[in-house]
Design a binder for this molecule. Sequence first.
Ligand code: DX5
Ligand code: ZN
Length: 213
Amino acid sequence: MDIKISPSVLAADFANLEGELKKCEAADLIHLDVMDGHFVPNISIGIPVIAALKKVCSIPFDVHLMISHPARYIKEFVKAGADIITFHAECDDGIDETIDEILACGCRAGVAIKPNTPAEAVLPYIDRLSMVLVMTVEPGFGGQSFMESTVPKIAQIRKAAPDIDIQVDGGINFETIKTAAAAGANVFVAGSAVFNSENPQETIEILRKNAQA
Ligand code: DX5
Ligand code: ZN
């Protein structure tokens, strides 16, 4: 599987997002966390910010929707520049309908599951998905510690879906990336690890090397 590193802008300097993205030229994707203060107890960025960043960045946008009603906003996120949209299996909209809407907009679809949600919540949909996101922390905040309890679930999904992209998000650093990769993950979100480092470019390269090892 191709290893992909997706820096999460949530940990970047919001006063200078263009400059922060310029430090990430080695990234395969840019991870954009959208929170509505309802599905998760936090509010982050939305459609206008994504649309503005699209004009200054040519790396594909990996949009992570932590919102209760993703289906009604899909068209706008695609128009804003999302290349893949991941929503949560635990949201209040139908999973099939939301996938339909994403695919109908010509976008790639992903489904995310929280740490306590079993793999079975996503497995029925994998044929229509480009990616499954296994949250390795409770969604809502950056800077939390990687939950080892999620590792067997990564392996279970990899066994059921040998060719799908499996993304992990939360607490990914130089060490935990090895654990997640060994279990079968191949797409790695990293917020604090990248943006709190002296040299984001070099950090991305080290993360990639550690995932390959
Ligand atoms: C958390 C977000 C993550 C977050 C990860 O709900 O989905 O993408 O930015 O941050 P770190 O890498 O700092 O755990
Ligand atoms: Zn995320």
